[in-house]
Design a protein around this ligand. Structure first.
Ligand SMILES: NC(=O)c1ccc[n+]([C@@H]2O[C@H](COP(=O)([O-])OP(=O)(O)OC[C@H]3O[C@@H](n4cnc5c(N)ncnc54)[C@H](OP(=O)(O)O)[C@@H]3O)[C@@H](O)[C@H]2O)c1
Length: 297
């Protein structure tokens, strides 16, 4: 038996344990693997990482606030993790730890599986410049996107993503949320992505407000927020006839890629999707509620 798991803080809201345990069971691998969530604060990260080797873990997912902090403990990084500067999957191969970033791969696969789209030569608008936006834009950039327009409230964070993307030789422009130029950029875009936290159940709203009339049937509009399953951002795009891609697919396929890296087997994505959808639809998932509030409810 080899352990798999999730390191982060907080991890009580995460759907990864349910998704991976369902995959392990579906493939009859219960005697080989078990997946558990571990509350790990940044101060206990060194001990937690050494436990991966001591206890012969197969690997772990890494989430907030450890995705960047775990890098110095890796023996090597794959190219996406190095480019993004964050790790969400660790594989332990005979006491050698490799850090991967599967978020971007998850996004690309979701785009392709949902609507058969690929980013090659496309003009992309991305709202957001946080960790997820870095991973998504790095994957879009390495897959041949032609132009990436970053729109973010904090311009320094947007500039930092632009610096990363310029290493790939991509045309990048950066705007703050209220720039007058956004309208014309949206009109000529192929793909529009929300990679901010806006639209999550506890941050309602949509960054497409004010730009809805710029959308048309040729636009592909993606949200990486998955709770709620259908965000206001996607509803607005749907009313204008755009093709839309919900955030659940990215969550599913980043997990499927992690599962493949750990077990060497293709993940049972239909089963994993059913677990995610079931939990999100029934609203069992109290995503990102403060811990105290969750305990009171
Ligand atoms: N589908 C998936 O698999 C997946 C994976 C990872 C993350 N996500 C989702 O992606 C979202 C972002 O995650 P992250 O890890 O990138 O978080 P993060 O690093 O904290 O970044 C948050 C981003 O949202 C922006 N933002 C937050 N509140 C805002 C507001 N009120 N108005 C305008 N912009 C606002 C931030 O702008 P500033 O820089 O200006 O603060 C930043 O760009 C979360 O909803 C998360 O659930 C989904």
């Amino acid at each position: 038996m080899r352990l798999l798991g999730l390191f982060g803080h907080p991890v009580h809201h995460s759907l990864s344990p349910l998704m991976h345990q369902a995959a392990i069971k579906a493939l009859g691998l219960e005697e080989k693997f078990a997946y558990h969530a571990f509350e790990i604060s940044p101060s206990s990260l060194p001990e937690a990482v050494s436990a991966l080797k001591v206890l012969n873990f197969c690997g772990v997912n890494v989430t907030i606030p450890l995705k960047e902090k775990v890098i110095p403990f890796m023996d090597q990084l794959d190219s996406q993790a190095r480019l993004v500067g964050a790790v969400n999957v660790v594989v332990n191969d005979r006491e050698s730890l490799t850090g991967f970033n599967t978020d971007g791969i998850g996004f690309l696969r979701s785009l392709e599986e949902n609507i058969g789209a690929k980013p090659k030569k496309q003009k992309v608008i991305i709202f957001g410049a946080g960790g997820a936006a870095r991973a998504v834009t790095a994957a879009l950039g390495t897959s041949g996107a032609r132009e990436i327009i970053i729109i973010n409230r904090n311009p320094d964070r947007a500039e930092s993503v632009a610096v990363m993307l310029k290493q790939l030789g991509i045309t990048v422009r950066v705007y703050e949320n209220d720039s007058k130029d956004i309208e014309k950029e949206i009109r000529t875009a192929d793909l529009i992505v929300n990679a901010t936290s806006v639209g999550m159940s506890h941050i309602p709203g949509s960054l497409l407000d004010g730009y809805i009339s710029c959308l048309n049937r040729k636009h592909i509009v993606c949200d990486i927020v998955y709770h709620p399953l259908e965000t206001l951002f996607l509803k607005q795009a749907s009313t204008m006839g755009c093709q839309v891609v919900p955030g659940l697919g990215m969550l599913l396929y980043q997990g499927a890629e992690a599962f493949r890296l750990w077990t060497g087997q293709e993940a049972p994505v239909d089963i994993m999707r059913a677990v995610l959808e079931g939990n999100l639809k029934e609203n069992k998932h109290s995503s990102y509620l403060p811990l105290k509030k969750k305990r009171e409810s």
